[in-house]
Unconditional design. Structure first.
Length: 362
C-alpha cells in the first residue's frame, strides 16, 4: 500500500508501508561542495550522508528506530528514511538499510566510525545478519567528519564542544536547521509515540534525523579548515576500484594498505627490476599490502624513486610543482614529518595503473 502526503516541514514525501515499517522520501535543491583538495581524493563524487536514531547508547539492549540517508546529485538532494513504528520492527528496518547500503560506495557520517557503524553491525548480528553487514560496509568508503575535525583540525583546540550542532553554528548554517530537539529528546518523543502514536510526534522524530543528514552534507566546507592531506594519509581514500586504508612511512619503506570495492585478486610480487616493489594481495580477506623501497638522501630525509616505479610517461604533471620532486625522485619524509600531499599523490598515480588487481578489472 502506498500513498503520497505533504508533511511539513518536508517537501513532497512518499510514504510506503513495508512489513508495517514506514519509508519516507524527500527531495530538494542543494549546493554541492567542491575544492581542489577535495577533488584530488574524491573527484566529482558526492557522498551519501548516513545517520541512525537509537533508543540509547548500548548496542546490546537499545534498538535502532530510524535510519536516514541523503544523496546529492546535480544540485538536488534525495533523502530516504526507514522508520520503525515499534521496536519489534527493527529487523525489517535493518534489512531495508542493508539493501540501501549495498547500492552505496561513499558514505558521510558524523562520528559514524565510533558509533553509527559499529552500533548497526552489532544490532544486525542480533538477527543473524552479521556477515551481511560486514559485507555491506566492506566495499564502502567512509568519510567521518567528526574524526577529521577532532584529529586534524585546529578547531578541536578552540571549540568547547565538537558536536554536529556546534560545528553548524561555527559555519553559520545553524539557522537552516528546522529541528529543535536533541538525541535525548528524540528518545523521549519516541517513547511517548509508542504509548500514543501521533503524526506530530512522528514528524518531530523524522525531522530530527532528516536535518542531521541534510546539515551533515552542508558541513563539508569544514574540510578547508583541516589538514586534509594528513587525514587522508592516515584514514585513507577511494581510488577507482580500490579503497586505500592507510599509508605509513616506515624505515626504508612506504607501506600502503588497501581493499577492493568489488574484491581483490590473489596475487604476490617480489621486488625485481621490472617490479620494484613488494605486493601481497589476498582474495579471501580482500586486503592488499604494497611496500615501496625508500632511499636515504641525507640524515632524516627519505626519498622515493617515483619515476622508476611509475615510469616517466606516468608521472603526473602536478609532481613538477612539488618542491621535493627532483630528477624523478620524490622526497616524502623530512626528519619526523611525512609529506602527506606528495606521498598521497604518488599512491593515487600508482593505483591508476594497477586496476587489474581488482576483481572488477576497471
Amino acid at each position: 500500500m502506498e500513498r503520497r502526503e505533504r508533511l511539513s516541514p518536508f517537501q513532497t514525501v512518499r510514504l510506503s508501508f513495508v512489513f508495517l515499517m514506514k519509508i519516507f522520501e524527500d527531495q530538494g535543491k542543494f549546493i554541492p561542495f567542491r575544492s581542489r583538495a577535495y577533488q584530488m581524493y574524491f573527484g566529482e563524487a558526492a557522498p551519501t550522508a548516513f545517520d541512525l536514531e537509537t533508543l540509547g547508547l548500548s548496542s546490546r539492549r537499545d534498538p535502532i528506530i530510524l535510519s536516514g540517508f541523503l544523496e546529492e546529485k546535480n544540485g538536488t538532494y534525495h533523502a530516504v528514511q526507514f522508520f520503525a513504528e515499534t521496536p519489534e520492527q527493527e529487523e525489517h528496518l535493518i534489512r531495508k538499510t542493508l539493501s540501501f547500503l549495498n547500492t552505496q560506495s561513499f558514505l558521510l557520517t558524523f562520528n559514524g566510525r565510533s558509533f553509527d557503524i559499529p552500533f548497526f553491525k552489532a544490532r544486525a548480528a542480533k538477527y543473524g545478519l552479521s556477515e551481511e553487514a560486514e559485507q555491506a560496509f566492506r566495499h564502502i568508503y567512509h568519510l567521518d567528519l567528526y574524526q577529521i575535525i577532532r584529529s586534524y583540525s585546529p578547531l578541536a583546540e578552540v571549540m568547547s564542544s565538537l558536536s554536529q550542532k556546534s560545528v553548524e553554528k561555527l559555519l553559520g548554517i545553524d539557522h537552516l536547521r528546522k529541528d529543535r530537539i536533541d538525541g535525548g529528546e528524540s528518545i523521549r518523543e519516541y517513547e511517548s509515540y509508542l504509548e500514543k502514536p501521533t503524526e506530530e510526534a512522528e514528524r518531530t522524530i523524522l525531522l530530527h534525523n532528516h536535518d542531521d543528514i541534510l546539515q551533515l552534507t552542508r558541513l563539508l566546507p569544514i574540510l578547508k579548515r583541516a589538514r586534509l592531506h594528513d587525514a587522508m594519509q592516515k584514514l585513507g581514500f577511494p581510488k577507482g576500484p580500490f579503497i586505500v586504508q592507510n599509508i605509513a612511512v616506515l624505515q626504508g619503506a612506504l607501506e600502503v594498505r588497501l581493499s577492493g570495492k568489488t574484491g581483490l585478486k590473489e596475487y604476490i610480487a617480489f621486488p625485481s627490476a621490472d617490479v620494484p616493489y613488494h605486493l601481497i594481495s589476498s582474495a579471501s580477506k580482500n586486503l592488499a599490502e604494497i611496500r615501496f623501497p625508500l632511499e636515504k638522501f641525507k640524515t632524516g630525509v627519505q626519498i622515493l624513486d617515483a619515476e622508476g616505479i611509475l615510469g616517466s610517461e606516468n608521472i603526473p604533471g602536478e609532481f613538477h610543482h612539488f618542491p621535493g620532486f627532483r630528477s624523478g625522485y620524490l622526497i616524502i619524509k623530512k626528519e619526523d614529518t611525512s609529506l602527506s600531499l606528495e606521498l598521497n599523490a604518488f599512491v593515487l598515480a600508482f593505483l591508476k595503473n594497477i586496476t587489474w588487481l581488482s576483481e572488477s578489472g576497471k
